[in-house]
Design a protein around this ligand. Structure first.
Ligand SMILES: [Zn+2]
Length: 130
């Protein structure tokens, strides 16, 4: 009998004969039996939940270390965190631009000659790299 069936049985039992001194003991026995099943069902749920919590935590840890690995390899520590060095293709001046501008390829003005410079383009044009 499932728990639901047991409860239905108890309900039917009470509905059919009412509660009296004669059947009270039997009714309590049935109720306690059902309660016992409720308790073990909750127990199973708790165990399952603990397993799930542990599992989710381990996934979270894996994700965190994966994230660290991925980002750690892309970023170079120290210089270049926020600025990138650019060489002006017109006058050869070296100057810094914010890394966002560098990555977006937006034009900046050379502080020495005032001409437009597209960050990263000069490096590619004269081919000497860094
Ligand atoms: Zn310049």
């Amino acid at each position: 009998m499932t728990l639901r069936e047991k409860v239905a049985y108890i309900k039917g039992f009470i509905k059919g004969g009412g509660i009296n001194e004669e059947n009270l003991g039997q009714i309590i026995e049935l109720i306690v039996d059902a309660l016992d099943e409720v308790a073990s069902a909750i127990n199973r749920l708790e165990e399952t939940q603990l397993d799930l919590e542990e599992y989710v935590e381990s996934i979270d840890d894996d994700l965190a270390s994966l994230e660290k690995d991925l980002l750690g390899e892309e970023r170079e520590p120290g210089f270049g965190d926020d600025f990138e060095e650019v060489e002006c293709p017109h006058c050869g001046e070296m100057f810094l631009v914010p890394v966002e501008d560098f990555l977006s390829g937006e034009e900046v003005r050379c502080p020495a000659c005032g001409k437009a410079v597209v960050p990263g383009e000069g490096d590619r044009a004269n081919g000497d790299g860094k």
